[in-house]
Write a protein that binds this ligand. Structure first.
Ligand SMILES: Cc1cc2nc3c(=O)[nH]c(=O)nc-3n(C[C@H](O)[C@H](O)[C@H](O)COP(=O)(O)OP(=O)(O)OC[C@H]3O[C@@H](n4cnc5c(N)ncnc54)[C@H](O)[C@@H]3O)c2cc1C
Length: 353
C-alpha cells in the first residue's frame, strides 16, 4: 500500500513543509496510525504457490469467517494434522479494520455485494427496489431490538450510509440536508425473530453467477404487526419523554411520496414507511439446514455431515434449522467450536486419515 512505504510517506509529509510543523506532525501521525492497522506489509505473502507444490492436507476449511476461523484454529491444535484454511479476497483494509466505518465496505472489493430479488411490498425506497445483503428462546425473550445510530453534523461527507445501501437519490439527499448542521439519531427497529422466510436458489449451473436471493420480507403479516407494536411502544413513547424534549431532540420522518397521505402516527403510515425503508440486519441463516434423516429438507445431519457426500461437513451459520434470533455471530462461533469437537472426536479415533 503506497501510504505505508516509509520513503514515500516522508516525501509526502515533507512536501507539506510550507504548512508548518504542526500540520506536518499531524499528517505523519495519521500515516503512522494507518500503516499500523492496514497495509499489505502487515500480512504474509500469498501462499498459493506453496499450496500448489504440496496440495495434500488432512483438512481443508473453506472460509475464515466466524465459524471457519474457529474450526481451523481448533483443528490445528492437533500437531499431527495438516490444515489448510482458504479465504477469498485480499488482505484486510482500513475499512475492515475500523469497526465504525464498516459501511464503507459495502459494494467494495471486500463485499460480495448481493441484493435480494426485488419484491413489491418491501425495500421500495431503494434505487433497485431491493435491499443490500452485504457479503452473514424462550417465550419471554424480546422479539425486537432498536439500534441508535448517531450521525454528528455532516458525517455524510465521510461516510454515506444511506447511499451505500442504494437508497433512492431523493432520500439520500434529504438525509444529507437534515445532517448538514444537525446531529441525527437514527432509530432502526429490528425484528429479531422474523416469521417470514426467504429462500436462495441457483440462477444457473455457473458457480460464479450470483444466486437469486428472495428475502420475502413481511410475507408473514405477523412481522409487520410486531414491528408496528415495537415502534409505537418504544419510539413514540421515547419521543414523548421530558428528557428527550429537554435535549432539544424531535422525532422526524423522511418525506416519502408513497406515505405522504397518511398521518405520521397511524399504523398505515408506519406500515408504508417500513415497506419503503426496509433494511436488513445482515443476519441471514439456515440455507444448509441441520435435521434428522426423516426431514427431507435437511442438508446436514446432527454431526454436520452433508448427506450422501463423503468427508464433507458444513459448519457455519447456515446449518441453524431456523434463525435462532438476530445477532448470529456468537451462536455461529459456538457452532464452529462444536463442529471442531465433532471432527476431533471422530478422526482422533480413526487412523485411516
Ligand atoms: C455487515 C454485517 C454486520 C453484522 N453485524 C453483526 C453484529 O453486530 N452481531 C452479530 O451477532 N452478528 C452480526 N453479523 C452477522 C454475523 O457476522 C454472521 O452471522 C456470522 O459472521 C456468520 O458466520 P459464518 O462463519 O457462517 O459466515 P462468515 O463469517 O460470513 O464467513 C464466511 C467466510 O467464507 C468466505 N468465503 C466465501 N466464499 C468463499 C470461497 N469461494 N472461497 C473461500 N472463502 C470464501 C468469506 O469471505 C467469509 O470470510 C453481521 C453481518 C454483516 C454482514
Amino acid at each position: 500500500m503506497w501510504t505505508c512505504d516509509p520513503a514515500l510517506t516522508s516525501n509526502i509529509v515533507n512536501s507539506y513543509h510550507a504548512t508548518g510543523p504542526i500540520f506536518m506532525q499531524a499528517l505523519a501521525t495519521f500515516f503512522a496510525a494507518q500503516c499500523s492497522i492496514a497495509g499489505d506489509h502487515l500480512w504474509p505473502e500469498d501462499a498459493i504457490e506453496e499450496v500448489v507444490k504440496d496440495p495434500y492436507y488432512d483438512f481443508i476449511v473453506v472460509g475464515a469467517g466466524s465459524a471457519g476461523a474457529v474450526v481451523a484454529n481448533r483443528l490445528s491444535e492437533v500437531s499431527k494434522w495438516k490444515v489448510l484454511l482458504v479465504e477469498a479476497g485480499g488482505n484486510p483494509t482500513l475499512n475492515t479494520e475500523i469497526p465504525q466505518v464498516f459501511f464503507n465496505t459495502f459494494g467494495s472489493d471486500a463485499d460480495w455485494a448481493y441484493t435480494n430479488v426485488p419484491q413489491p411490498n418491501a425495500c421500495r425506497g431503494y434505487k433497485s427496489n431491493s435491499c443490500t445483503w452485504p457479503r452473514d428462546s424462550t417465550a419471554t425473550s424480546p422479539d425486537m431490538q432498536f439500534h441508535h445510530v448517531v450521525f454528528p453534523p455532516n458525517v455524510h461527507l465521510l461516510l454515506d450510509m444511506f447511499e451505500k445501501h442504494g437508497l433512492k437519490e431523493n432520500i439520500v439527499q434529504q438525509f444529507r440536508e437534515l445532517n448538514k448542521d444537525n446531529i441525527i439519531i437514527l432509530i432502526a427497529a429490528t425484528l429479531l425473530k422474523p416469521k417470514s422466510k426467504g429462500k436462495i436458489i441457483l440462477k444457473s449451473k455457473n458457480p460464479f453467477e450470483y444466486p437469486l436471493i428472495y428475502a420475502n420480507y413481511f410475507d408473514d403479516p405477523e412481522d409487520m404487526k410486531t414491528l408496528l407494536r415495537g415502534i409505537t411502544q418504544y419510539v413514540f413513547k421515547l419521543a414523548a419523554t421530558d428528557s428527550f424534549k429537554a435535549s432539544g431532540l424531535q422525532l422526524d420522518w423522511l418525506k416519502l411520496e408513497a406515505c405522504e397521505k397518511y398521518n405520521t402516527e397511524s399504523n398505515e403510515f408506519l406500515d408504508c414507511y417500513s415497506r419503503e425503508m426496509t433494511i436488513s440486519l445482515y443476519h441471514p441463516t439456515s440455507t444448509v439446514k441441520m435435521g434428522p434423516d426423516s426431514d427431507s429438507s435437511a442438508v446436514v445431519n446432527s454431526e454436520l455431515k452433508v448427506r450422501k457426500v463423503q468427508k464433507l461437513r458444513v459448519i457455519d451459520a447456515s446449518i441453524m434449522p431456523d434463525v435462532l434470533r438476530g445477532n448470529t455471530n456468537a451462536p455461529t462461533i459456538m457452532i464452529g467450536e462444536k463442529g471442531a469437537d465433532l471432527i476431533k472426536e471422530f478422526w482422533l479415533k480413526h487412523t485411516e486419515l
